[in-house]
Design a protein around this ligand. Sequence first.
Ligand SMILES: Nc1nc2c(ncn2[C@@H]2O[C@H](COP(=O)(O)OP(=O)(O)O)[C@@H](O)[C@H]2O)c(=O)[nH]1
Ligand SMILES: [Mg+2]
Length: 401
Amino acid sequence: MLVGVVGKPNVGKSTLFAAATLKDVPIADYPFTTIQPNIGIAHLRTKCVCREMGVTDSPRNSTCIDGVRLIPVKIVDVAGLVEGAAQGRGLGNKFLDEIRQADALIHVVDASGSTDIEGRKVPPGSHDPLGDVAMVEHEFDLWAFGLLKKDWEKVYRSLEQSGGKIIDHLAERLSGLSVTLADVELVIQRLHLRTEKPSMWTDEQLLQFVIEIRKLTKPSLLAANKADLPASLPNIEKLKRTGRKVIPCASEAELLLRRAAEHGLVEYLPGDGRFAVKNPERLSQAQSNALKMVDERVMRVFGGTGVQEAINQAFFDLLKAIVVFPVEDETKLSDKLGRILPDAFIMKGGSTALDLARTVHSELAEGFLYAIDARNGKRLGADHVLGNRDIVKIVSGGKRG
Ligand SMILES: Nc1nc2c(ncn2[C@@H]2O[C@H](COP(=O)(O)OP(=O)(O)O)[C@@H](O)[C@H]2O)c(=O)[nH]1
Ligand SMILES: [Mg+2]
């Protein structure tokens, strides 16, 4: 699962990305390989099961601080998108290439309205961020539309002659966008498009098709950034009135807090609703003022900077992710080496006990016999759907079972 950070230029995408991927707490070097420069490791924040189970854990693939489990996830900082990107303007092609891989999007918006549609500075409050959201999404749609439209006639002619299926063609053409055959089928059904006669589809219908495909396969939330600026308040309300998921964000404040925490100046965990200054005498006047501003304009108004909230909601709400704790000893909640609750895995909602076995090790899955719910000792079958924060032992007849 990969979450993309998108938006027009100068809204604070890179600031949010930097804040989200900064290692401000002592975190182990997880074995993430082949990371591209714009892909970083952020963390999901979730209540650990250690306290509920009355154990002191020794995490390996994640971190546990005061009962808060921080689990690594990948996010990608996508190039800014401008009008005309679908025709290759600006970094358009780069943008569209990077966004392909994302399963969900954090769409960053300059809620303060202090940048125009191209991202140039204008007086705060003078630009309407609603238009920016529409522009970015429209460019994506135009690009996907272009992808289908370029040889549309040739395609439907040959399909109508050969009896081939338009659904297969569409799924194939969009596969690079992580769109599946089932996604295509669902959208076609919803729009009542006639699959036997694609030649009858109008441009509007084809555009509607890509719009629905985007909504289904790239679900997004709006990070209403620069929320610390007073001009943001009315725009945040306006954005919320669209009915979309909106999270007020102050990325710069989050970056400041994480850096201050890293240097031991404040006590702050990403996603906390407040922070505490540790040694006031170590702060310069400027640092002290900056922290005071963050407290007054961000923490007290919004109850947090919103950055961690945006990441959490992208995974938990948009992607319906769950966290599962696999263990090898269901009574001690440990692995073979005695490490308590060593791993926390993020899995797609609807994942089964067998899916978990696959995630842990392919041999575990091959020899899968059953699983055990460590909370109550109950046996779970291969297709038992796991719940959030389940603690599970896999019993396998394989070598590693
Ligand atoms: N006031 C305020 N400014 C911010 C915030 N986040 C980013 N900025 C500023 O917005 C500008 C653009 O930020 P950047 O992250 O480079 O934007 P990007 O082009 O979308 O990646 C910079 O001057 C940032 O300092 C924020 O939360 N509040
Ligand atoms: Mg940037």
